[in-house]
Design a protein around this ligand. Structure first.
Ligand code: THU
Length: 161
């Protein structure tokens, strides 16, 4: 039997060591976290997208009393970015979160649906999107792309010639 393995690699750095564009993206993600609408889960997710032209667009989770309608912060930020700067390549996405759980001092990774959306944008852009995960202590874990977080992902090649 043949076995097929996938692996993922993250770099770890402190936010103080990032370049000014990366720092601004992280700062926007933190600002967005404080604007999240999360009265049900009390889990506040802030995200920010850095564009190739240097623009930054934020997003935060938007909950609803009809729970399945809740929208993740990552997707709000990505959709915000793509309609604000049409045709401009997305360079990076930063994510940070806090909830009621004490000591959640670790990176919060995107849910499966958000990974699928990130994957679509990478294919649409024909370029990878770097993901920055910021912990409460300001440590930042970086994935060079989103696709490594979605092994065996679904894409247009299953649908189109
Ligand atoms: N949430 C996000 O915004 N991003 C994720 O990647 C995971 C979950 C939100 C959805 C919901 O508002 C709350 O966090 C709890 O699941």
């Amino acid at each position: 039997m043949e076995k097929i393995a996938f692996s993922a690699e993250l770099a770890k750095i402190h936010e103080s060591e990032l370049d000014p564009h990366e720092k601004s993206m992280l700062a926007e993600a933190v600002r967005q976290m404080d604007m999240a609408y999360a009265p049900y889960s009390h889990f506040f997710v802030g995200a920010a997208v850095l564009m190739e032209n240097g623009n930054i667009h934020g997003g935060c989770n938007q909950e609803n009393a009809s729970y399945p309608l809740c929208m993740c912060g990552e997707r709000v930020a990505l959709y915000h970015a793509t309609i604000s700067d049409p045709g401009v390549r997305i360079k990076a996405l930063a994510i940070t979160a806090r909830g009621t759980k004490k000591g959640l001092n670790r990176p919060v990774f995107p849910c499966g649906a958000c990974r699928q959306v990130i994957h679509e944008y990478e294919r649409r852009n024909k370029h990878s999107i770097a993901l920055y995960f910021r912990t409460e202590d300001g440590d930042v874990y970086i994935s060079e792309n989103g696709s490594q977080l979605l092994p065996f992902g679904f894409d247009e090649s299953f649908l189109l010639d």
